[in-house]
Each structure stands twice: as C-alpha cells, then as structure tokens.
Design a protein. Sequence first.
Length: 415
Amino acid sequence: MSGSVNLVESAKNAFRPAKRVIFELLYVLQARRILRSREISESREMFLVFLIAYPQMWNTFKPIYDEAAERGVGVSVVALPRFRGGRFDVKKNEMLEYCMEVGIEAIPAFDCSTGDWLNIESIAPSHVFYARPYLQEYPDAYAPRKVSMYAYTCFVPYGDVETVPSPHYDIIYNREFLSKMNYIFPCSEPVREAVERDSLLLIKEGMTVVAKSPDPRLCQVAKSLNADKEDGVFTILYTPRWAVKDNPNLTSFFEYMAPLIEYVNNCVNVKLIVRPHPLAMDTFVKEGKMSWADVERLRRYMKLRPNLEFDENEDYIVSFSEADVMISDYSALVWEFFVSGKPILYTDDPFAIEGRLAGVFAAMYSIDSWEDMENALAMLRKGEDSKRDARKRELARYDLNLSCGEIILRELGIS
C-alpha cells in the first residue's frame, strides 16, 4: 500500500493536472509489466530498424542511419504504407520506392503478395526508431507496447515545437505514445526539460531515458546548404499547410495559391515552387475543397510552365537550395528553412509564438493579406531585406552540431 501511495504522490508532484494522474499511474503500471516480461539480451548484436512511411521525413533519421552504417552497425528501414482515410494504402509504398531510388536498404512492412505484415521481431532488431507519434499510423503489431517487449524503442520526433505547454507539444509528445518509449530525443533543450519532467515516473522506473541531442533535420539542412545559388532567377518556395478546419493553424492555400501563380506569370525571372504538406491534397479532397480532377489540372498546368513547379521531390532540401525566399503557413519546415538564413514570409501570426522560438518567428515577415505578400516580394526582389540582421542573430543561437548521428548513437551505448 505504501508503494501505491508514493506512486500517487509522485504523479501529483510531476506538475500534471489532476485528471492526468490516473493515466500516468496506468502508464507506469504498463511500463512495469513490460520491464518484467521483456526479453532483450544485452549481448545481442546491434541492429537498428527505422519505421517510416514518409520519404519527406527521412532527414529525421538520415544522420543516425548514415553514422551507424559508416561504423558498420546493422541498419534497415521498414517502409510502411501511408495511412490514408482511416486505412493503410497497401497498394502503394512511397517510402519503399524512395529507398530503392537512393540505395537505402529497406524492407516492405506489408507484403502485397501474401497479405501479411512483416514480423519485426523476426529480423532481431536491437533498437526500433519511430518519428511520428500517432498510433493509428502503425499496424497493431508495430505499436510501441508490443515492440518494446523485444527491442529498445526510440523516438526522434519529426518536428519541433515552439513552446511548452502548447497544443503542438501535447500532440507530438503525447503521453500514450511516449510512455512506451525507452529513448526519447527531443529537438531542443527546453522541450527536453519538459519531456523529462512529464516522464519523471517512467524515468524512475527505468523505462525511459530522455536524452540530449541536436535536431537531426537542422543538422542535415546545415550540412546540405553550403553555397548560394546564382542563376539570376528569383525563386519563391510556397509550403501551404494541410488543415482546413478544427486545427489551431489552417492552410493559406485557397487564399494565396491563385494570386501567387498570377504574380509569377506576370514577372520576368521569377519562379514559384509549390510544396504542399504531404497530407494537403488528400485533406482538401476529403473535406470537399477540391476534387482529384482539380488537383490533376493544377499539376498539369504547373508542369507546362517553366516558371512554375509542383514540387514532388521526396527530399525538401532540393527546393530549399533553389529557393530565395519561403512563403509558409505554420510548419516544422519553417525553422528548418530558417537555418538557410534566407527570408521567410509567414502567413500565420508570428507574434503568437512564445518561448524559445519567439525571436525566430519575429525575424520573419508577417503576412496578413495579398497586399502584404506582394509588397514583401517586391522589396526582396530589389535586394532589400530589413529582417536579415535579426535572422543572423537568431541563427547564431541554433545548435547545428553536424555530429548529431554520433551523439544519438552514443546515448544508445553504441561507441
């Protein structure tokens, strides 16, 4: 009984709302069950498995994968089919196709010929990496509560959050998912401190380690963007969000897409690259904002014009390198592009961002209307950039340690 009382008191002392205490206790009891039942040999050969469905998010894992492969540590990608419309789209595996294109060793999670999901335990992983914390996007056998019975589960989040607490923090670092993680690698020190506080009971139980690490994506961007382009073309990268309702940050696609195309068509030596969020077109069609015929017409139109591009490269760094400016809704890509030092026209409210990234967003241009957009683009095309010095000051605070793969492996005990 005294143990239970201490557990309750610990849960209350972890700065959590009272309604969450019972869930925290449940997570601890589940962790105890896993730790008692799991079978992981400390002498087993290191073999890292990366679970991923989106090629666009590969930069989250790439520095870790590359470092491990260079050291001769076993690595493999388990390529998941995308989760669309409440089901897995098993007919098309975009991640597997991408891996084949770039020479990454990968195994399909679903075998269309047999109708079976890969048994991950059968390939004897020592560590299994997750980037997205959404349980519905994994088949039940890949749920962390099951994988953690035979391998160490590791979470490297696919995106950072601007402040804690915030709705985005609660989504990306949701407790149900994180409570089954053995290693968590938050993208920044303030977020790490918050995750460590929230995971206090699990850390005490020996279930969870909240480790220090630079953001792998920022390191990858910094490593790749090492030269300015000089092609004489002013290139605009537009990255509209996916959400059209029931979300704290909605897309600007239907407000700015058509004016941007018209603007570029009326300019000389100006190019527009449009890279929607991976969920955007599916969501727009699902919510009745567009039809698939509309989407295809847009793609065909842009394909026929040399000054327009509908970016379907799996790696967004290709467009980062070409762009002179980004126009973006709220997105994890915003602070990744910020590492390039190039200007950003932000279509949401930058002053609503608090905490450690407040200065980053304040160093962006705030866009509330098409007039704001047109004026900002005209200014930047003339070489005027009033936010340049502010960006430089904020960029100096970034941790762009290019050895982040090495740091993460060291945290896992891989020397």
